[in-house]
Design a protein around this ligand. Structure first.
Ligand SMILES: Cc1ncc(COP(=O)(O)O)c(C=O)c1O
Length: 395
């Protein structure tokens, strides 16, 4: 048997290890709780996207079980064959009401939603204008679409406008994360809406990290800013604040019907299990009934940011419950990450290519199931770290 290709892979892996970029899986239990268990240690969980604390709550589990009563586990086929359980219709109706749009559609995951939406609505001769810090699933959707992929500097509206002015393309799609996953800052949605109207573009907003938390009913940043009528496509995921799994998109009826007929990541895959769709309905109820969850996560996020800023850490412009602590070099980053783990904190070291070279960071995330004491304890652990990543403090 020819094993040359395996040796080539091993050499590439060695180079990754030398650069401190090698990734490994670590078994983790109780990830949906504020404290988790990893390698027999109990760690403060500042690594999940369970922003509202719904994933681990008994109430969520009980409501899902009630809604899903007697559902089979597998959906057995794609939605176009026999996988379209009646719960889908109910969940999509509730989703469109929540998003204040004509229609909505559930995908297998947020990744599949982004890839399917973008590659359906633009193609050769069109252009996608995408923020440089957009999530990888958006980047992959752009590439798959074969449209020109024009990336503008992060949140730089002048740069975007220059690209739009020069664009000879038939169809123009602007796409942004509403809350950037690795920086914790917001897109300039007011400016984006103005630009898309000025240049006749379509605007797509990915609410993966903001959905459930922003807005009076948790509808997202678009709702919070009162822009529902002016944003064409609202995409999101059930896998973060909504505590479960799956992706969604909300918008006008012809757009949703078009996706049903064109989105390959919807058509050529097995439908999500009905049990999971029941969990979508349960999550939508909890999100709308319990505003305390979004208020609490924002307050705790601010508490963590203030504490770390006072210690001299740079937080990459974060304005949310996603709090990235800039460290820089990969080796320093791994050192800090190991020290945090030894101190009792589970936090994610984020390395290139997920973030630009030299901008490695520890990404901390707060949830509504944390307490003020948890946050203050975490800040104390950061105070004890070696001085890596901190600016000199002026007395
Ligand atoms: C901005 C953004 N969009 C989309 C996704 C993909 O969502 P999912 O995890 O549901 O595939 C993610 C998450 O990882 C994300 O951060």
């Amino acid at each position: 048997m020819n094993t040359d290709w395996l040796h080539t892979l091993e050499e590439k892996l060695t180079r990754l290890k030398e650069r401190g970029s090698f990734r490994q899986l670590v078994p983790t239990s109780e990830a949906a709780l504020p404290w988790l268990t990893r390698e027999n240690s109990r760690l403060l969980n500042l690594a999940s996207n369970n922003y509202l604390g719904i994933a681990g709550s008994n109430e969520f589990i009980e409501r899902t079980e009630q809604l899903a009563s007697a559902c089979a586990i597998g959906s057995t086929a794609s939605r176009f064959i026999i996988g379209n359980h009646p719960l889908y219709e109910e969940a999509e109706y509730e989703l469109s009401k929540w998003k204040k749009t004509e229609a909505a559609l559930i995908f297998g995951s947020g990744y599949m939603a982004n890839v399917g939406i973008i590659s359906s609505i633009v193609g050769r001769g069109d252009a996608v204008f995408s923020d440089k810090l957009n999530h990888a699933s958006i980047v992959d959707g752009c590439q798959l679409s074969r449209a020109d992929h024009l990336r503008f500097r992060h949140n730089d509206m002048d740069h975007l406008e220059t690209l739009l002015q020069k664009s000879p393309h038939k169809q123009k799609l602007i796409v942004v994360d509403a809350l950037f996953s690795m920086d914790g800052d917001h897109a300039n949605l007011h400016d984006l809406v103005t630009l898309k109207e000025r240049y006749g573009a379509i605007l797509m907003v990915d609410e993966a990290h903001s959905g459930g938390v922003y807005g009076a009913t948790g509808g997202g940043l678009v709702e919070e800013l009162g822009l529902n009528d002016r944003v064409d496509i609202q995409m999101g995921t059930f896998s973060k604040a909504l505590g479960s799994y799956g992706g969604y998109v909300a918008g006008a009826k012809p757009f949703i019907e078009y996706l049903l007929n064109h989105a390959r990541s919807l058509i050529f895959t097995t439908a999500l299990p009905p049990y999971i769709v029941a969990s979508h309905l349960a999550a939508l109820q909890i999100v709308q009934e319990q505003p305390w969850r979004r208020e609490k996560v924002q307050v705790l996020g601010e508490r963590l940011r203030n504490g770390l800023e006072q210690l001299g850490f740079s937080l990459c412009g974060s304005e949310s419950y996603i709090v990235p602590v800039l460290i820089g070099d990969n080796h320093d980053l791994l050192l800090v990450s190991e020290s945090l783990q030894a101190a009792g904190i589970a936090a994610i070291p984020v390395r290139p290519p997920t973030v630009p070279r030299g901008e490695g960071r520890i990404r901390l995330t707060v949830t509504a199931s944390h307490t003020e004491e948890d946050i203050d304890w975490a800040i104390e652990q950061f105070q004890r770290l070696p001085l890596v990543g901190r600016r000199e403090l002026t007395p």
